[in-house]
Design a protein around this ligand. Structure first.
Ligand SMILES: Cc1cc2nc3c(=O)[nH]c(=O)nc-3n(C[C@H](O)[C@H](O)[C@H](O)COP(=O)(O)OP(=O)(O)OC[C@H]3O[C@@H](n4cnc5c(N)ncnc54)[C@H](O)[C@@H]3O)c2cc1C
Length: 414
């Protein structure tokens, strides 16, 4: 039986694979290239605001079963907090109106028939027109599958799919959008409660994962960039780092859980997405007004989602490529103007930070989705994980954990 597994990359995909294998009795060693674990999902102290912030606001849903199972295993699921019901507050900045979307718990979408629960100015028939998405093929675009206009589109479908796909929805893969619709709206309110790591992503999804692996006899080491995977016949035999190397035993396995570009660097010829999209996050040091919901969907402005954290208002803007070259202060001022309207406050620009991740997610088009590989490689002891591998979902925490779980299951079957 394989005893030792080397995981390359300490993001959510690598840690979830490591936790699953450590739980199964394997000795797990995680090697992270940078000086911080967590990858695209991490917490740090920000000097500009004087606050501890996440690189990006991350929203999970109660139906993200793999992510929640992972959090339960490492004992941190209590750190994911949200309302008891699937309720989403929205504001339309153009029309200056607000509404509360309220999904009933069961799978039967009764909320669609209740004018106080559904999106204002929509009718039940508008919702059924979304049905083709739920069975669309992965080669189709959202824009070829449903009408991307109208009130329901502007107030629900566009914000939901933009957040999930991180691309202007008409261009996005209808197959991936369909997976989101099936796992959210069609799964009922029980699967749609919004959850955030109120005290930071690292304290909930990263640090307890490391502690779990270490408590099971493994290690997680930073500053350990794997430079080469040396192959002998059909197996990976050696991991080469900058200054040293590790020879693998005949039973040892490797899970490569690095971003797509790094994976292709280590495995030339690997099929992987080549195009990526940015996400912009803005953080403002400002005590949220007492009546501001913890998560507010914003329609008709630059801001898309406004999060209220202790001492901080935080904003997410998806598909942010158009903003990556805007001067930082200009961008902060424009976003703050929207925040003031959405939160109904009047205040000068407080201490702020803008975080722009240019390669936040792979581009969720049919073409890029078709490039995503499965977990199995031509080396018998090497498996792939990562949100960009073919998980059936867009690049999300849930997809990352699924990929980690799946790679771990392959190791367990070796
Ligand atoms: C701003 C932002 C907002 C987001 N919002 C959401 C959200 O609201 N909800 C949601 O579900 N998802 C969200 N996501 C997506 C989510 O963060 C990612 O899907 C997830 O974190 C990807 O994890 P991963 O482990 O697959 O990859 P990564 O986090 O990229 O981890 C890969 C790790 O491998 C390391 N590495 C690379 N090369 C090497 C090497 N040669 N040797 C050793 N280590 C190496 C990297 O340093 C990195 O730590 C967001 C992402 C961003 C950037």
């Amino acid at each position: 039986m394989t005893k030792t597994v080397h995981i390359i990359g300490a993001g959510i995909s690598g840690l979830s694979a490591g936790v699953r294998l450590a739980k199964a009795g394997y000795t797990v060693h995680v090697h992270e290239a940078t000086q911080q674990v967590g990858g695209r999902c991490r917490t740090y102290f920000d000097g500009a605001t004087g606050l501890t912030i996440d690189n990006g606001n991350h929203l999970l849903l109660s139906g993200n079963h793999h992510a929640l199972d992972y959090a339960r295993t490492i004992g941190s699921d209590g750190g994911l907090v949200g309302p008891a019901k699937a309720e989403f507050s929205f504001i339309d900045l153009r029309k200056n109106n607000e509404w509360l979307l309220r999904l009933n718990d069961g799978r039967l979408p009764l909320w669609v028939f209740d004018r106080n629960s559904r999106v204002p100015d929509t009718r039940p028939g508008d919702y059924f027109a979304l049905a083709p998405l739920s069975w669309a093929g992965t080669d189709k675009r959202v824009g070829d599958t449903i009408a991307c206009n109208g009130v329901l589109y502007d107030r629900l479908v566009q914000p939901l799919l933009l957040a999930a796909l991180n691309i202007d929805p008409p261009l996005g893969s209808a197959g991936l959008a369909g997976a989101i619709i099936r796992e959210t709206l069609l799964a009922g309110g029980k699967a749609c409660r919004p959850l955030v790591a109120r005290n930071g992503l690292s304290s909930v999804l990263i640090d307890p994962g490391i502690s779990f692996i270490e408590a099971h006899g493994g290690s997680v080491r930073i500053g350990r960039e794997v430079r080469e995977l040396v192959r002998v016949e059909s197996r990976i035999a050696t991991l080469k780092f900058v200054d040293d190397e590790i020879a693998l035993g005949p039973q040892d396995a490797v899970v490569l859980a690095v971003p797509a570009r790094a994976a292709v660097g280590l495995l030339p010829g690997l099929s992987a997405p080549t195009k990526f999209r940015a996400i912009v996050n803005a953080h403002f040091r400002y005590d949220p007004p007492a009546d501001l919901p913890p998560i507010l969907g914003v329609v008709g402005g630059l801001v898309e989602w406004l999060f209220a954290f202790p001492q901080r208002l935080s904003v997410t803007i998806s598909d942010g490529d158009r903003l990556v070259d805007t001067p930082r202060e200009e961008l902060a001022r424009a976003i703050w103007a929207d925040v003031c309207k959405a939160a109904r406050i009047e205040a000068d620009l407080p201490a702020w930070q803008i975080v722009r991740d240019r390669r936040a997610t792979f581009e969720a088009t049919p073409e890029q989705h078709a490039l995503r590989p499965g977990p199995v490689t031509s080396a018998s002891n090497l498996f792939l994980a990562g949100d960009w591998t073919d998980t059936g979902l867009p690049a999300t925490i849930e997809g990352s954990v699924r990929s980690g779980d799946r790679a771990a299951d392959h190791v367990l079957r070796m």
